[in-house]
Design a protein around this ligand. Sequence first.
Ligand SMILES: N[C@@H](CCC(=O)N[C@@H](CS)C(=O)NCC(=O)O)C(=O)O
Length: 201
Amino acid sequence: MQLFHSPTSPFVRKVLVTAHETGLAARIELLPANPWEQPPALTAINPLSKVPALLTDDGTILYDSPVICEYLDSLHGGARLVPESGAQRWQVLRVQALADGILDAAVLRRLELLRPTHLQSPDWLALQAATIGRGLDALEHEAVEWGGETDLGRITAACALGYLDFRFGDEQWRTTRENLHRWYAAFRLRPSMTATAHPEG
Ligand SMILES: N[C@@H](CCC(=O)N[C@@H](CS)C(=O)NCC(=O)O)C(=O)O
């Protein structure tokens, strides 16, 4: 399998963490891509020019990260990261959507902050920050019962928290979110997380 990859993308990291958790990491070849440059090799696979995008061994094209992660989850014989049915399935998918939404807002905020200061919109930045804050509060509620087990929702949550530390490290999301803080302190040490950490800086 070939995965269009950027080391700073939290959505790519989510796919890689999933690959490690399912024992499939060694089967994935990483193809470096800067999606913002809209490289033809990537747009030929994903017309949206977003990473992650996956080309499977039989030539099937898959995006975005929820689809790729469910595909990987269908390839292994261990416990499913997305339960196949029942209330647990919908809970896991909801947490994934929540954490993906936090990431969408965080990436938008990051992009706005990369623009020249005089072009930045304080209202837009405040809107994204508010979305992230409410999302984290909801995750804090979800995390009340989280222990050492994993699933795709928690993998996505961990990648969201890792991205906030990576890009907004001076902001104190932990201060008012004791459950998340406790849970993430342990989850971030999983081999799947340490093997996929964002680069420094
Ligand atoms: N919903 C997508 C989001 C992917 C995404 O936003 N990726 C960013 C990098 S972090 C990207 O490639 N952006 C390029 C663009 O929007 O042009 C997923 O879950 O895979």
